[in-house]
Every structure is written in structure tokens, then in C-alpha cells.
Design a protein around this ligand. Structure first.
Ligand SMILES: *[C@@H]1O[C@H](CO)[C@@H](O)[C@H](O)[C@H]1NC(C)=O
Ligand SMILES: *[C@@H]1O[C@H](CO)[C@@H](O)[C@H](O)[C@H]1NC(C)=O
Ligand SMILES: *[C@@H]1O[C@H](CO)[C@@H](O)[C@H](O)[C@H]1NC(C)=O
Ligand SMILES: *[C@@H]1O[C@H](CO)[C@@H](O)[C@H](O)[C@H]1NC(C)=O
Ligand SMILES: *[C@@H]1O[C@H](CO)[C@@H](O)[C@H](O)[C@H]1NC(C)=O
Ligand SMILES: *[C@@H]1O[C@H](CO)[C@@H](O)[C@H](O)[C@H]1NC(C)=O
Ligand SMILES: *[C@@H]1O[C@H](CO)[C@@H](O)[C@H](O)[C@H]1NC(C)=O
Ligand SMILES: *[C@@H]1O[C@H](CO)[C@@H](O)[C@H](O)[C@H]1NC(C)=O
Ligand SMILES: *[C@@H]1O[C@H](CO)[C@@H](O)[C@H](O)[C@H]1NC(C)=O
Ligand SMILES: *[C@@H]1O[C@H](CO)[C@@H](O)[C@H](O)[C@H]1NC(C)=O
Ligand SMILES: *[C@@H]1O[C@H](CO)[C@@H](O)[C@H](O)[C@H]1NC(C)=O
Ligand SMILES: *[C@@H]1O[C@H](CO)[C@@H](O)[C@H](O)[C@H]1NC(C)=O
Length: 559
């Protein structure tokens, strides 16, 4: 079959754009349009247009669980007044495929409708694959996304049976060699147009084949298909559920890899982590935000001056590739993909293991911005600063997030979460007290383990109204009586493993605190999440917690 497909290659029609053409940034003379930070406006508009009805249907599903709710819950969730609206956000952590692989129902914490009422969903690394592909395909159920079924408008499915870059996609070395050559051909137009290219461009071409629409199991190795080249991050602005604001604002998080901390010669720091003081970048459908102050419109990413306008730089697969580029923090000198890009292109002064973006923020802001003088921003995996949960953008005080759902699937202890990256988030937030707020949490992983905080959902910040209330759900181990499935960190997945994983993720996210009996669930869990969602607004209205919300918070809050 593969042989047949390769033999068919070369029949590309004269008018169709090749992958290399689709991938090449375009330059033009049109004046650069200055845009406001629309991302904020987008969120605000959503609050006014969609949230009232979304919260109402969310409440309906909570009510159907037949748990008696305090009256204030109805008042808050049924409110027509946007200033009373409670704002929440979801942050999903990264760990390659397993982060991407999350049961759609459990992203909504088993309480159907909350996801639709959420203004933003952030992902980094593998989580960015989930967040972008969900958004691109009009927000289907996760299993429909993975298997490419029942997606309005059609979506070709994920290609999880092939490795990303860690494993070669085929068992046939000839096919692998052709595949590597193809990815090089794909990025040659960008290089020829004068842009630096790195392993992240090759990784992005792999991401395009795995997560963007158009590549299937059977055309994966076909070079007559563009494999997502030319699909732009800003294309999300045209997705129907995005236009109608019925999907959350997808946010992809990546770290700045500044040369600054690594010695006078700016040398590469192999094996090092990004320090927590480094800049975090947020990519959303409207723009790129340099935490905490600067914004640049995403359509013109690549543009650095008023005379030349660059478009088509913001390739979606390149951006999710940037968010999942852990090569700079590993010993990349042994990586055959680095060697490939090094041998294919002559770029003596280019660091090959980071994503390179013309710096739109050059000279902007104050001197504490380490990349202020760089011509190119070096951007790497959003988890390289030790924070696997992309929570920082949602902690920005100006965003006024009341309740945050932090999903932690980081591989720390026996490939399960141990709280370490959540602690890293708290530590970083504390470095920028003017910008972020974070509730008190235990600051060592032994407490997380000893108190089972990674084995059961926990609410943080119940008594600190000036911070967001964080609903922390970690993948700390299998539910009682189940085999270990969700600690898988394979680079390839079978459909059976995907099913088992999605089912177990659902259980982990929806069981609540149980008595440890096989199959046990907290039947009030959905109501408890709803109590967390309305808790800040309840506080602002000066109402005391009561009924199930009082007992839920007593049960789930860490103190
Ligand atoms: C590997 O792929 C090449 C090219 O498609 C083909 O000619 C060859 O027979 C394959 N080898 C094996 C062992 O399948
Ligand atoms: C596809 O690959 C074949 C074999 O490597 C090559 O001859 C052909 O030129 C390629 N076509 C395109 C469009 O890159
Ligand atoms: C996916 O690609 C197919 C074929 O090009 C197209 O018909 C469909 O509209 C696309 N769907 C999405 C969700 O992009
Ligand atoms: C797609 O929808 C059909 C009809 O509702 C259903 O039978 C099928 O199981 C769905 N596929 C998936 C993967 O959910
Ligand atoms: C890959 O490209 C290199 C350099 O252009 C060439 O020498 C080699 O034959 C190509 N390999 C395949 C399998 O196409
Ligand atoms: C403006 O940006 C373009 C594209 O990056 C670059 O080629 C050109 O040299 C820049 N012009 C100035 C005056 O900096
Ligand atoms: C990286 O790998 C090379 C080759 O295996 C080895 O020589 C080198 O010591 C390693 N460097 C680090 C920092 O681990
Ligand atoms: C790239 O190739 C050059 C020339 O062969 C070599 O000196 C350099 O060490 C290589 N760099 C990397 C990162 O492999
Ligand atoms: C940037 O350049 C200016 C002017 O040369 C210098 O004063 C400043 O220290 C530099 N900042 C950084 C972070 O390198
Ligand atoms: C943690 O969970 C284990 C297994 O369910 C249980 O035996 C233990 O008592 C729990 N510890 C705490 C502090 O809740
Ligand atoms: C999530 O798991 C539940 C329970 O196993 C299952 O009913 C549901 O279909 C799963 N959803 C997805 C999206 O896989
Ligand atoms: C544990 O909870 C389940 C329901 O979730 C219940 O059926 C079972 O009796 C409980 N076991 C104990 C020992 O309390």
C-alpha cells in the first residue's frame, strides 16, 4: 500500500500549491494594520453573548444529578448580568500524546456543558496538540477528533499509530529516509526566502501530518498532499463554533529560551531548564502575547518593521511544534533531526534546537525583558520551565479568572503526576506579584503524595478570595481496582490503548473523592465543581456558603 502511494507521487497538479509553497512566509508592502489586543475583547464578548445560556444549560445538567443546590447557585448561573458572570478557565498539562489524549467528557469534568461555558482553554506541549486540533475541527468530542468521526465539516483524524519525532514513523528505513527528505523539502521554500529554519520546522511538519486536517493513515507518507502546510493559527477565527463563540478561546503556551542566563558567549545550555523568570508567550487566534505586556497580531507574525508586512509565517503546526519543542532542553547533539537540518541548510549562526520567530517585541518594554535586543525570539516547549500546566496566562489579574480547572498529567513519579509542576506554577507566579495571583498550596511533592492530592480532586484557594479558586485534578494513579493505563508515555498508540486511556481518564476526572471501593464515585462531584465555579461570585455578593456547597467545599478544599 505504501509502495503504491509513493509510486503515485509526482502527479501533483500544476495549479495546486506544494507543501513547500504553502509553508513559505509571504512578504508584502501593504501597511501593517495595527490591531488592539482583541483577545481580551474576544473573551469579554463571549461573556456577554454566550455565557448566560451556556451557564443555564450547565446548571440544567447539574440539576439533573438530583442533588439539592443552594438558591444562590441558581441566581448566579441564571444571571443575565455579565458583571455577575463567573469566569473560569481550563489549563491542560503537557506530556506528549497522553496530554493530547483526554476524554472530552472529562475535560468538562464530567459535568456536561461546563466546557462550553468556559472562556478559555490553554494547552502546552502535547496539550497544545489537543487544544489546537479541537478548535480547528469545530470542537467535537475527543474520541471523534481522534478517530475522525462525526466531525461537522469532516476532519481526517489523528494519526497516533505513527511516532512524532521520537520514533521514526515507519518500520521501513527506506520510507523513513524518504519521509525525512520530504519534511526537508517542505521547509526549503521558507529557507530560500531568507528565514532561518530549525528542528521545530521539521517537528511542525510532523505535527501537520499528525494533528491537522487532511492527513490520514493511508496518505501519511504521500508527498502529493500538503499535510497541513498553509493552515494558519489565525484560521481558527473562521471556525463556525469560534465565530459563534461557542468554543473557548484556545491558548497555546510556550517559553522564551533566552540566551541571557547562560553565560557571556550566549552559548547553548544543554540539559538546562528555562529559568522561571523567563518570558512566557501565549499564542491565541488573535495574537501573540508576551507576558505580561506586549501583544502582536498573529496574522502579521514575522513582521518586525513598518515597511515590510509578513504573512503566512504563523503556520499552525509550527506553533504547536514550538510549544512541544523539548529538544533545546535535552541533549540534542545526538538527535538525527538536528543533523538533518544542519546538513540540509547552511546556517552557521543559527541555533537549531529552538523555534525562531522574528522578534516583534524588539526594543519594546523595559530592560527586564531578556529578549529585548534579539532579532529573533528563541521559543521552546512550554514545559521547559518546569511548569507542565499552562496556567500562567489564566492567572493574569487583568483577566479576572474566578475559577480555574488545572488538569495535571505530568510524568513525575512512575510516570504519574506528583504535584511538582503545579508547585513550579505557584513559585513562578510569586515572582511577579503585580501580575499574577495564586492560592496557597503545599510547596513540596511529598505532601501532595502523602495527602493523596494527586489521587483525588482538590480545591485550592477556598479562603483566599483575592486569588482564583483552582480545581486541581491530577493523574496520580489508576482508580481503585483498575490496571495502570494513564501512565503510558508511548510515542505511538493503538486504537485499543486510546479507548482504554479515554475511559480511565474519564474515571479519574469524574470519580471525585471515593471510599476506595472499586467503582465508587462521589455522586455530588458535579455539584461540587459547580459550587467551585460560582464561589467567587457568591463571595462578592456577600452570601454565605450553604447546603451542598458548604459540605462540598469542606470535603474538597485544601487547608
Ligand atoms: C521499504 O519501502 C521501500 C519503498 O517503498 C520498498 O521498496 C521496500 O520493499 C520496503 N521494504 C520492506 C522490507 O518492506
Ligand atoms: C515525491 O517523492 C518522489 C520520490 O522521492 C520524488 O521523485 C518526487 O519529486 C516528490 N514529489 C514532490 C511533489 O515533492
Ligand atoms: C478537512 O478537509 C476536508 C478535505 O479537504 C474538507 O472538506 C473539510 O472541510 C476540512 N474540515 C475541517 C474541519 O477543516
Ligand atoms: C458516530 O456517530 C454514529 C451515529 O451516531 C455512532 O454510531 C458512532 O459510534 C459515532 N462514532 C464515534 C467514534 O463516536
Ligand atoms: C534524500 O535527500 C538526499 C539529499 O538530497 C539524497 O541524497 C537522498 O538520496 C535522498 N533519499 C531519499 C530516500 O530520497
Ligand atoms: C523590514 O523587515 C524585512 C522583513 O523581515 C527585512 O527584510 C527588512 O530588512 C526590514 N527593514 C528594515 C529597515 O529593518
Ligand atoms: C550529549 O551526547 C553526546 C553523544 O552521546 C555526549 O558525548 C555528550 O557528553 C552529551 N552531553 C551532555 C551534556 O549530556
Ligand atoms: C553542523 O554542521 C557543522 C559543519 O559540519 C558542524 O561544525 C556543527 O557542529 C554542526 N552543528 C550541529 C548542531 O550539529
Ligand atoms: C539591550 O541593549 C541596550 C542598548 O545597547 C542595553 O542597554 C541593554 O542592557 C540591553 N538589554 C539586554 C536585556 O540585553
Ligand atoms: C490515601 O489513599 C490511600 C489509598 O486509597 C488510603 O489508604 C490513605 O488512607 C489515603 N490517605 C489520606 C491521607 O487520605
Ligand atoms: C469517556 O469515558 C466515558 C466513560 O467510559 C465514555 O462513556 C465516553 O464515551 C468517553 N468519552 C470519550 C470522548 O471518549
Ligand atoms: C463505598 O461507596 C460505594 C458507592 O460509591 C458504596 O456502594 C459502598 O458501600 C461504600 N463502601 C464503604 C465501605 O463504605
Amino acid at each position: 500500500m505504501l509502495f503504491t502511494l509513493l509510486a503515485l507521487a509526482g502527479t501533483v497538479s500544476a495549479t495546486a500549491l506544494t507543501a513547500a509553497q504553502g509553508y513559505t512566509p509571504t512578504t508584502g508592502a501593504q501597511p501593517r494594520k495595527r490591531l488592539d489586543p482583541l483577545s481580551r475583547r474576544g473573551i469579554d464578548a463571549k461573556r456577554q453573548i454566550v455565557l448566560p445560556s451556556a451557564f443555564r444549560s450547565y446548571l440544567d445538567t447539574v440539576v439533573r444529578a438530583q442533588v439539592q443546590l443552594p438558591a444562590y447557585m441558581y441566581d448566579i448561573l441564571w444571571s443575565e448580568d455579565p458583571t455577575q458572570m463567573t469566569t473560569d478557565g481550563i489549563a491542560t498539562s503537557g506530556e506528549a500524546y497522553r496530554a493530547a489524549m483526554r476524554n472530552g467528557s472529562s475535560v468538562a469534568v464530567g459535568t456536561c456543558g461546563l466546557l462550553q461555558a468556559t472562556p478559555s482553554i490553554a494547552g502546552l506541549s502535547g496539550g497544545s496538540w489537543l487544544v489546537y486540533s479541537l478548535a480547528q475541527s469545530n470542537f467535537p468530542e475527543v474520541q471523534d477528533l481522534v478517530f475522525g468521526e462525526n466531525v461537522t465539516g469532516g476532519y481526517s483524524r489523528w494519526n497516533t499509530e505513527y511516532g512524532t519525532l521520537t520514533l521514526y514513523p515507519s518500520t521501513n528505513d527506506t520510507i523513513n529516509a524518504e519521509y525525512m527528505n520530504q519534511t526537508v523539502v517542505d521547509i526549503t521554500g521558507k529557507y530560500n526566502a531568507g528565514w532561518p529554519v530549525s528542528i521545530v520546522d521539521l517537528l511542525g511538519r510532523s505535527m501537520g501530518r499528525h494533528f491537522l486536517n487532511g492527513t490520514t493513515k493511508t496518505n501519511f507518507f504521500d508527498n502529493d498532499t500538503v499535510h497541513g502546510a498553509g493552515v494558519l493559527f489565525s484560521d481558527l477565527q473562521n471556525v463556525p463554533t469560534f465565530v459563534s463563540r461557542q468554543q473557548p478561546l484556545p491558548i497555546v503556551v510556550a517559553d522564551g529560551w533566552s540566551k541571557y542566563p547562560y553565560g557571556p558567549d550566549g552559548g547553548e545550555a544543554q540539559g538546562s531548564q528555562v529559568p522561571p523568570t523567563n518570558i512566557i508567550y501565549e499564542f491565541n487566534a488573535y495574537g501573540v502575547i508576551r507576558q505580561l505586556v506586549a501583544f502582536t497580531p498573529i496574522q502579521y507574525l514575522g513582521t518586525t518593521n513598518e515597511s515590510v508586512c509578513v504573512t503566512n509565517f504563523e503556520q499552525a503546526a509550527f506553533i504547536i511544534g514550538s510549544s512541544s519543542d523539548y529538544y533545546a532542553a535535552s541533549n540534542s547533539s545526538v538527535c538525527s533531526w538536528i543533523t538533518l537540518v544542519n546538513e540540509s541548510f547552511t546556517q552557521p549562526d543559527v541555533q537549531l534546537d529552538v523555534a525562531l520567530y522574528p522578534n516583534p517585541f524588539q526594543g519594546a518594554g523595559n530592560g527586564s525583558f531578556t529578549e529585548i535586543n534579539e532579532t529573533y525570539l528563541s521559543i521552546v516547549d512550554g514545559g521547559n520551565d518546569g511548569e507542565a500546566i499552562p496556567i500562567q496566562p489564566l492567572l493574569v489579574k487583568a483577566r479576572k479568572v474566578d475559577t480555574l480547572i488545572a488538569i495535571d498529567v505530568n510524568a513525575e513519579a512512575n510516570d504519574y503526576a506528583a504535584g511538582g509542576d503545579f508547585i513550579a506554577s505557584a513559585t513562578r507566579a510569586a515572582l511577579f506579584p503585580d501580575a499574577y495571583t495564586f492560592p496557597p498550596i503545599p510547596l513540596n511533592t511529598s505532601t501532595f503524595i502523602a495527602k493523596n492530592l494527586t489521587r483525588r480532586p482538590t480545591f485550592f484557594g477556598c479562603d483566599t478570595p483575592e486569588t482564583p479558586l483552582i480545581v486541581y485534578i491530577a493523574n496520580g494513579g489508576p482508580p481503585a481496582g483498575q490496571p495502570a493505563v494513564t501512565n503510558t508515555s508511548d510515542d505511538t498508540w493503538t486504537p485499543q490503548l486510546i479507548e482504554a486511556f479515554l475511559d480511565q481518564t474519564f474515571d479519574v476526572a469524574t470519580q471525585g473523592i471515593t471510599n476506595g471501593t472499586v467503582g465508587a464515585r462521589d455522586t455530588e462531584w458535579g455539584s461540587c465543581v459547580a459550587c467551585a465555579v460560582v464561589d467567587r461570585e457568591r463571595y462578592r455578593q456577600g452570601i454565605a456558603r450553604s447546603g451542598v456547597c458548604e459540605t462540598c467545599l469542606a470535603r474538597y478544599c485544601w487547608s
